[in-house]
Design a protein around this ligand. Structure first.
Ligand SMILES: NC(=O)c1ccc[n+]([C@@H]2O[C@H](COP(=O)([O-])OP(=O)(O)OC[C@H]3O[C@@H](n4cnc5c(N)ncnc54)[C@H](OP(=O)(O)O)[C@@H]3O)[C@@H](O)[C@H]2O)c1
Length: 294
């Protein structure tokens, strides 16, 4: 299969390229240097040369504070970018995948969100990603929208300046004796390698539509940090932060756990428990000699 990956040198895009290459697909890796998502002309030119049957759009502006400060730029990348890709895919009769986020929800539920739950994003990032979902679904009949959450991988997260949560905790534990971490925000940490394998499985299916795609289970950021230190045998005094101790300028959902209901109904769910995903990541980072920070 001819596959094009947008955001190919990103945290997720790198693993997506590797997974399709392992699967012996013909992969065109499109970085920001090759294509400007916000320009229909640029998207058209890059995709016309690659001529893919299956497009994975991981590219985004997703630094939450930067999106809030410049919503027009966020809308251009996350929504109009998705439109440009979906327009090309429709013309070419190709399949498009749009990577979306748990931040399309407001976090007021306290049980996992289903694909059928009402969206209500709290910030510009979530609003623009939701618009990207709508453009993708409305414009291209052969589409997948995959909502992911709290992702981490061996390649640096480019928009967030490099360090994922695991690497940040390990770095801070080397620098400080004591760490305080929020215990009132619940997510499902999901390794990018698992998302990449799930995308390969979706590429073999014609069951188009909206999917939640995260690891199984959930935890607070404090519980995630606790597990990281336990598995790595790191000695550091870890404490639960008080609610509101680390105020942020931008509102985020307090609970954004997703249920992979549609993947399970289609018998395609490949995700493991988040703890197993973390163990695999920690083993892989030792082999890879830890992620590079830039
Ligand atoms: N990180 C998370 O925790 C998280 C959680 C939920 C959902 N997601 C979603 O998952 C996806 C992948 O995230 P990630 O962590 O892999 O991000 P990342 O490491 O920041 O990679 C994003 C990629 O998109 C490229 N890009 C940005 N703007 C572009 C534009 N206008 N035109 C073309 N390319 C552009 C970036 O290139 P440059 O860096 O060269 O600009 C980079 O290669 C995103 O869609 C994000 O919304 C992420």
């Amino acid at each position: 299969m001819k596959v094009a990956v947008l955001g190919a040198n990103g945290q997720l895009g790198s693993d997506v390229c590797a997974a399709f290459v392992r699967n012996a697909d013909d992969v065109t890796a499109l970085t920001h240097a090759c294509v400007e998502l916000t320009s229909a002309t640029s998207v058209d030119a890059a995709l016309s040369v690659a001529n893919p049957e299956f497009i994975v759009n991981t590219a985004a502006m997703h630094h939450v504070e930067k999106c809030e400060a410049d919503p027009a730029a966020a809308f251009a990348a996350n929504a109009l970018g998705a439109k440009n890709v979906a327009d090309w895919a429709k013309k070419a009769d190709a399949v498009v995948v749009y990577l979306s986020t748990d931040y399309v929800f407001d976090g007021k539920k306290n049980s996992p969100y289903h694909e059928s739950d009402v969206t209500s994003p709290l910030n510009a990032y979530g609003i623009t990603k939701l618009a990207g979902e709508h453009y993708t679904a409305a414009l291209c009949p052969k589409y997948f929208v995959l909502r992911v959450s709290a992702i981490y991988g061996l390649q640096p997260c480019r928009d967030k300046g490099g360090l994922n949560f695991v690497e940040l905790m390990l770095k801070l534990s080397r620098e400080r004796d004591k760490l305080r971490v929020v215990d009132d925000e619940f997510v499902t940490p999901t390794p990018t390698v698992q998302i990449a394998e799930q995308l390969v499985a979706l590429s073999r299916s014609k069951q188009y539509g909206l999917y939640h795609g995260t690891a199984e289970g959930s935890c607070s950021w404090y519980e995630f940090a606790h597990e990281i230190f336990q598995v790595t045998g790191t000695t550091v005094q870890l404490e639960r932060a008080e609610p509101g101790e680390f105020p942020t300028k931008v509102q985020r959902p307090k609970y954004s756990v997703l249920e992979n209901g549609a993947l399970k109904r289609a018998q395609m769910n490949l995700f493991s428990d988040w703890r197993l995903g973390l163990q695999d990541y920690l083993r892989a980072r030792v082999k890879a000699d830890a992620p590079k920070i830039y």
